[in-house]
Design a binder for this molecule. Structure first.
Ligand code: ZN
Length: 991
């Protein structure tokens, strides 16, 4: 360590204290003469900051023990910098403060100059604008004058609230890995040394937070941002904003407060007080009121049934069949009553929800058991649904049978493949069960006609054909009379569609950017079948189906009739299964005052000597200036109980708040230091950065615990020291709250009402827009702050069948694909960037797919994936491959979605194709599972995320250079994969 050529290299003024290969500490103490305020020191400090990723304000006249001391000696002969390696001492000799200032600026801007001999250097001299160095002999130094390059001017600063918003003094309006800073700092010469040093620290912090820093920053005429600090005899000090000029004026203590607020404080979202008056928890929540309170009560379908039997009984009937949407126990009661009432002995009461499953399980099973030993296979011949106006899929009647193959297999000790399906165009009844023996002969066959009703779908065009109720009187096996009647669900759904939804049609007022209502709360109480089956997580639950119908059909209704209203308001269907109860419902519509975006730009802040933070602010409300008093900043924020704690996270902060006012925290993992300030953008210039979003759809429960577990494990093993990782541990806290409310009564349902945000919005589509939905702003915030290389969005799918009888007995018709059955325990989606320049991104994606497939191979995850794929193919893919698509990488289901660069897209890799390397989504079957099943989904999410981290090389290509007056540090993107060679200027991380 005896060479001034390496002044700015790690080991001298800056070091890497945590040994991760990245400079993170200022290792020098500058001991300044009393009253000294050379402006060149501001440049010198900016450069010091630029060379590190972290720093603490203790290197100017500090008492802290630093590796090197730097002192200043008045010298009548010469201005010079000398290095005394033995004592680890730097000495500045100076003839005048002015010449020293020039010298400091030179070192900050130009050092090291090109073309110096490769020999250790002990001293650098400066006199009369001439430079020379001591390398055994004195050699003059020549350097080319930098060519000014002033490419992209920043727009004027909008508001003083923009300061330090994304971890940088002023950020570009568009996220980018480069944090460019072109700044002019102009300080009144009469300012005290105390305040001057505070400004020098600020310059170091600004330098640190830039990856492209224009130097010098003092005595310059052209810059993007001008900061002017003036000593003025005023009662109070002020910070004012005018275009791209920030002026700080005042004196004494209040001026020092203003400077420190501006340059030392952190944003309130990170625990500081910058812009604290904007904290949403300090604003009063919008008032809420009930717009409509509707009650509905129906007649029990069982009562209607008995009435109809009483009125229409046909005395010649020797047999009766009844369909009712009731649990088995209630249907048994009805059977007994009907038998008593009519004297007919042979009365069958089947369920009108998944009727064939109920008939097989409760009735045909007896015949099957009698011939169990003879059965070779069972074939269900199903009617191909061909209603042109219907929402139903052609396989509607195969869907009806799910999961009978596995259930029958268990009961009859048959392989599930011995139960097969056939689609047939010409038949009614809808399903015939044919039972075959080994020789291929039919042992017996059974069939029944299922009663169907027809209704309008919410789009007003298509129709739906749900199963309905019916009473059949029969003589000698032939129907002699029949009476159809509605199920409780049908009656209620019809009421909801006509009295609630259609009533909106007349008074639908679209309020730009605002939901139509805050929420519709629907409480439904009914006597309905609710039963968990022995197959996987399957259940027979007509009210779960009604929940899904109410939720998605309402959204679809507003989507169509509200002219693309993507966030009508919250739709919260609460279902109460009550055996034997009279069907009733309450529908309450709530409204709140409009939640507006922040208004008025802050253009002035006032400071008193007695307070370290602003006491008054001036706002520009469209040309009218208003001043507001600001109260004392409250204590920092508690992130809240809805977030799982991480033992290992390096930092927690709160970029946003949800629509309903809940904090949306973010966890960050990086190699920690003891420093007060740290630049994420600078860290990301050294190491790749991965963004993991969890809980995007809040009823998808495995990703949130998974990311915490994975990161705690990886941090313990220090296997991610070459990466920075940032996670949103609960991206949709409003949805999460709804999910917790809904699972209290029906824990294992899918509860899609908790999927989107509080007002039914797929908020991802509102990213990078001005929006009142904080959940849509978080990812853009992180793209600004970190510029992630890889973006992962962890999702989930239902763990059991998803049917909506009032929308075509399938998942919602507005989705182009069917999500009726889970297709895997875990599968992936990767965005495949199109275009000749993106070959490396495509290679990376392929590498990730292959590595993921290998990691899953031979594990229980692969086994479960196979089970689900078999079902998915048997019931869906083999009949309708476009609606039930399959795309595999080896044994792993992995969809690649062709994605084109589009600078307006909300998809990260599409919007930022030049620096985002990969963009992936996981899907685990976790809606809603618990215990060991949840553990398996958590494991699946962990494997998914980890396999992405594992393909990233520990060596990335890094370059540092000067161009057009800028000092630049950048890492090559797209990132380098393991096994690839990084470039010459490789930074090798500690392994
Ligand atoms: Zn999802």
């Amino acid at each position: 360590m005896n060479d001034l050529r390496n002044l700015w290299e790690p080991g001298y003024l800056i070091t890497d204290q945590n040994h991760d290969g990245v400079p993170d500490h200022i290792n020098v103490n500058l001991q300044l003469p009393e009253g000294f305020t050379p402006s060149g020191l501001i440049d010198f400090c900016a450069r010091l900051g630029f060379e590190t990723t972290a720093l603490t304000f203790n290197f100017l006249n500090g008492k802290e023990k630093a590796g090197y001391q730097m002192d200043f000696v008045n010298d009548e002969q010469i201005t010079a910098l000398k290095l005394h390696p033995r004592t680890k001492q730097f000495s500045f000799h100076y003839r005048s403060e002015q010449e020293l200032s020039r010298f400091l600026q030179f070192l900050a801007c130009e050092w090291p100059v090109a073309g110096i001999e490769k020999k250790p250097m002990e001293a650098i001299y400066f006199s009369e604008e001439e430079w020379w160095v001591e390398q055994g002999k004195r050699t003059p130094v020549a350097f080319p004058k930098a060519v000014e390059n002033h490419l992209n001017h920043k727009n004027a600063i909008q508001s003083l609230t923009d300061l330090w918003e994304y971890d940088a003094f002023i950020s570009d309006s568009t996220p980018h890995p480069t944090q460019k800073q072109s700044m002019s700092i102009d300080v009144d010469k009469s300012i005290s040394q105390e305040i001057f040093l505070d400004i020098c620290y600020g310059a170091a912090r600004i330098g640190m937070s830039s990856t492209a820093l224009k130097l010098p920053i003092t005595n310059v005429e052209e810059a993007d941002v001008f900061l002017q600090i003036e000593n003025q005899n005023k009662e109070q000090s002020e910070i004012t904003l005018d275009g791209n000029k920030i002026k700080v004026q005042g004196k004494g203590r209040s001026l020092r407060h203003a400077v420190r607020y501006l340059l030392h404080d952190k944003h309130w979202r990170e625990g500081g007080t910058v812009s604290f008056w904007e904290r949403p928890d300090l604003q009063s929540p919008p008032e809420e009121y009930v717009v409509s309170d509707l009650k509905w009560e129906g007649e029990r379908e069982t009562d209607v049934c008995l009435d109809l039997v009483r009125k229409h009984h046909s005395s010649e009937a020797d047999e009766m069949t009844i369909f009712l949407s009731e649990p088995l126990s209630e249907r048994k009661k009805i059977r007994n009553k009907v038998q008593k009432m009519t004297g007919v002995e042979k009365v069958k009461v089947y369920s009108s929800f998944k009727p064939i499953v109920s008939i097989v399980m409760e009735d045909w099973m007896e015949s099957l058991r009698n011939v169990a030993s003879e059965i070779d296979h069972i074939k269900f011949v199903c009617k191909e649904e061909m209603n042109e106006d219907g929402c139903e899929l052609p396989i509607r009647w195969i869907q009806e049978l799910y999961p009978l193959d596995e259930w029958l297999g268990e009961e009859l000790s048959l392989h599930k493949d011995a139960v097969t399906f056939e689609l047939n165009e010409l038949q009614d009844p809808q399903v015939i069960m044919e039972v075959y023996d080994e020789s291929g002969g039919v042992i017996f066959e059974k069939s029944i006609l299922v009663p169907i009703h027809s209704m309008n779908y919410v789009d007003g065009k298509k129709r739906v054909y749900p199963v309905s109720n019916e009473i059949r009187w029969m003589v000698g096996g032939e129907i002699c009379k029949q009476k159809a009647f509605a199920t409780d669900r049908q009656n209620f759904y019809h009421f909801y569609q006509t009295h609630v939804l259609d009533s909106f049609l007349d008074e639908l007022k679209l309020n730009e950017g605002q939901p139509l209502f805050d929420r519709i709360e629907i409480d439904v109480e009914m006597s309905e079948p609710e039963e968990k089956l022995s197959v996987e997580h399957e259940r027979i639950s007509s009210l779960e189906a009604l929940h899904e119908d109410l939720y998605f059909n309402t959204l679809h209704f507003f989507d169509i009739h509200g002219k693309d209203q993507h966030f009508p308001g919250g739709v919260y269907p609460f279902m109460h299964v009550r055996k034997g109860s009279r069907p009733k419902a309450q529908i309450k519509i709530y409204q709140t005052e409009n939640v507006g975006l922040k208004q008025g730009a802050v253009i002035g802040l006032t400071f008193q000597a007695s307070h370290p933070y602003p006491t008054e602010l001036a706002k520009d409300m469209n040309g009218v200036i208003r001043t507001e008093k600001v109260s004392v900043p409250p204590s920092s924020i508690n992130v809240g109980k809805h977030v799982l704690k991480s033992k290992s996270a390096s930092f927690t902060w709160i970029p946003e708040q949800s629509y309903k006012g809940k904090w949306i925290p973010v966890y960050e993992w990086y190699t920690e230091t003891d420093e007060t300030y740290l630049s994420r953008k600078k860290l990301s210039a050294y190491k790749p950065i991965i963004l993991i979003e969890t809980g995007h759809h809040a009823n998808e429960v495995s990703s949130r615990p998974a990311v915490i577990e994975l990161m705690d494990e990886l941090s313990r093993s220090r296997s991610i020291d070459h990466l920075n990782i940032v996670a949103i541990p609960n991206a949709n806290p409003d949805g999460d709250c709804i999910h917790k409310d809904m699972t209290r009564e029906n824990p294992e349902w899918k509860h899609h009402a908790a999927r989107y945000n509080a007002v039914g919005l797929e908020y991802a589509e509102h990213r990078y827009q001005s929006t009142p939905f904080g959940e849509a702003r978080v990812v853009p915030d992180l793209m600004h702050r970190w510029a992630p290389d890889v973006v992962i969005d962890n999702h989930g799918i239902p763990a059991h069948e998803w049917i909506q009888p009032f929308a075509g007995y399938n998942s919602p018709p507005r989705f182009p694909k069917s999500y009726w059955l889970p297709n895997a325990l875990i599968y992936g989606i990767g965005r495949k960037l199109q275009g000749a320049t993106y070959e490396k991104q495509r290679d990376l994606l392929e590498r990730i797919q292959n590595h993921m497939m290998e990691k899953v191979q031979g594990t229980i995850l692969e086994e479960k994936n196979q089970e689900w794929m078999d079902r998915y193919k048997k019931y869906g893919h083999q009949w309708l491959p476009d609606i039930f698509p399959v795309e595999q990488t080896g044994s792993l289901l992995f969809f690649t979605w062709e994605t084109h660069p589009d600078y307006e897209s909300h998809v990260a890799i599409s919007r930022f194709p030049d620096w985002v390397s990969a963009d992936l989504t996981s899907e685990a079957a976790d809606e809603t599972v618990y215990g060991d099943d949840l553990k398996l989904c958590i494991e699946a999410q962990k494997v998914f995320n980890q396999s992405i981290l594992e393909v990233i090389s520990e060596k990335q290509s890094l370059s540092k250079y000067q161009e057009g007056g800028y000092h630049i540090i950048e890492r090559k993107r797209p990132l380098t994969m393991k096994g690839e060679t990084a470039n010459e200027n490789t930074l090798t991380h500690r392994v």
